[in-house]
Design a binder for this molecule. Structure first.
Ligand code: BG6
Length: 486
């Protein structure tokens, strides 16, 4: 087993820590993958919060772990690892000494400072860690998206962090990269001759990458209204998925090689500027509607405002201008309050060049590879086959289906667990390099600028649907349609 480490969770009492990070660490402990003796130090601003932290964490685990994962026995063994401390991130006063005492009692250990706090306080936090002498050669910092609001603010944040930590010790999280099926995507592409030779403009008609959510604002109204779907989801998660789908094979799966290939894809994205933004993007905002049997309020009601032009949905037609992908559209789509929660990549192959069967045999539907990241993790290949037990020749689609959660009984993927353990093990392959962040913003910024300059209004869509009509029209203009998850 790996060496024990210390993980300081700034923002220990916050939503991210309680919903995702503490449950992920609990899971790692439960599975025996958390090195024995490791310490978790959640940082709270108020002393009262630190004093009752164990109770807060236990309550959060009961709510946020999956059915059957929580048990009092595991909690009894896990809870001594948690040692909450209270301090004000922005003030380098004597409150920091408590944290320093704990860390310095094991001075040689790997230290991970997880900044689950707003980016505005990343700078003061790193500065105070430095003033207090808590950053040593084995210290790493983990930062969460959103890294900035645009290329400029992102660069400022990155520069600030870089004052205190070398790039190799900065771990920028995009939790989508920690999802098991996302990693499987690389295994699928680069370990099978079958796909790698059918992965370009010669054979692929188009690609769809959709992340649909059923949730609304989840108590994050202030943040979300400033941010919108393009910054919240496309700049990071969707573009990362696009990179993994489109990148060339690295000669080895090292962090450096993967990043280099991803950056080439981001650089090859055809810029959307000026009028091309209108032709290739659709913004939407949900109004009240029905989700299953439930009636849910619209965005403005949730926000408690009479107007806002923030998009809760975005669809984009993107092109990658390089040899492999010339002419293949990548349709990206994400939205809140949509009909179904699903993250899916659809690779739509071209039609066969010539149909050898009579019309009566039925239509030859082009092959489709569907990689579903959630809610269940599966890979499906839609093929054409002969209808069984029929004397005449009849064609019908058949599916090769690999449902990973059925195949692996104890399959419990947790992106945060994976990424935190990777940071502890100094494995940065699934983290984002500063240049990737900058290149992604450079593509996204002109889209936002154009929307702002032209006063672009979002198309309204009813909650519980697949987004505005304009999104279907974006594909219909190309003679295509979205594959909505069933
Ligand atoms: C986060 C976004 O990065 O990803 C949220 O800020 C979004 O708005 C979430 O809900 C989606 O993550 P997942 O793993 O639930 O698809």
């Amino acid at each position: 087993m790996a060496n024990p480490f210390d993980m300081v969770l700034f923002g220990g009492g916050g939503d991210l820590a309680l919903r995702k990070l503490i449950p992920a660490l609990y899971r790692a402990f439960m599975e025996g993958s958390l090195a024995e003796g490791s310490r978790i130090l959640p940082v709270c601003r108020r002393r009262e919060d630190a004093e009752k932290y164990l109770q807060t964490a236990q309550d959060a685990l009961k709510i946020h772990l999956r059915d059957g994962e929580y048990s009092d026995e595991v909690w009894t063994d896990f809870s001594p690892l948690l040692r909450a401390v209270s301090l004000d991130i922005a003030e380098p006063d004597e409150q920091w000494d408590g944290l320093a005492d704990i860390l310095d009692s094991e001075v040689d250990r790997v230290r991970i400072f997880y900044l689950a706090i707003p980016p505005a306080v990343f700078g003061p936090c790193c500065e105070n860690l430095s003033i207090k002498g808590l950053i040593h050669d084995n210290s790493r910092v983990v930062v969460e998206k959103p890294l900035g609001y645009n290329a400029q603010t992102s660069d400022e944040i990155n520069s600030k962090i870089a004052t205190y930590f070398p790039e190799n010790n900065i771990f920028r999280i995009d939790h989508y990269l920690g999802k098991e099926t996302v990693q499987n995507l690389l295994a699928l592409r680069f370990s099978n001759v079958l796909f790698e030779h059918l992965w370009d403009a010669q054979t692929i008609d188009h690609i769809q990458i959709s992340i649909s959510e059923t949730v609304g604002l989840e108590g994050r109204a202030g943040f979300y209204d400033e941010t919108g779907a393009l910054r919240d989801m496309v700049q990071n998660h969707l573009l990362q998925l696009l990179c993994l789908i489109a990148m060339e094979s690295p000669n080895k799966m090292t962090a450096k090689n993967i990043r280099a290939e991803k950056i080439k894809v981001l650089e090859a994205l055809r810029p959307l500027v000026g009028e091309t933004v209108d032709e290739n993007t659709v913004r939407g905002q949900y109004v009240a509607g029905g989700l299953g049997t439930q009636l849910v309020p619209g965005y403005l009601e949730e926000l408690d405002e009479s107007s806002s032009t923030t998009e809760t949905f975005v669809a984009i037609r993107a092109h990658i201008d390089n040899w492999r992908w010339a002419g293949v559209p990548f349709y990206l789509r994400t939205g809140k309050r949509m009909e179904k929660r699903c993250a899916e990549i659809v690779i739509q192959y071209k039609k066969v060049s010539h149909s050898v069967y009579e019309e009566a045999a039925g239509e030859v539907i082009p092959n489709r590879l569907v990689i579903r990241l959630q809610p269940e993790e599966s890979i499906k290949l839609v093929l054409m086959a002969k209808k069984m037990d029929s004397l005449t020749m009849e064609l019908q689609p058949a599916e090769l289906n690999l449902t990973l959660s059925d195949t692996y009984d104890s399959f419990r993927s947790d992106a945060y667990k994976r990424l935190m353990l990777d940071a502890a093990a100094n494995n940065s392959a699934l983290f984002i390099h500063r240049e990737e962040v900058a290149t992604a913003w450079a593509w996204v910024d002109p889209i936002i600028d154009h929307w702002r300059e032209t006063g672009n209004q979002p198309h309204l869509y009813r909650a519980g649907t697949w987004g505005p009509q304009a999104s279907s029209e974006l594909l219909a203009r190309d003679g295509r349609h979205w594959f909505n998850a069933k």
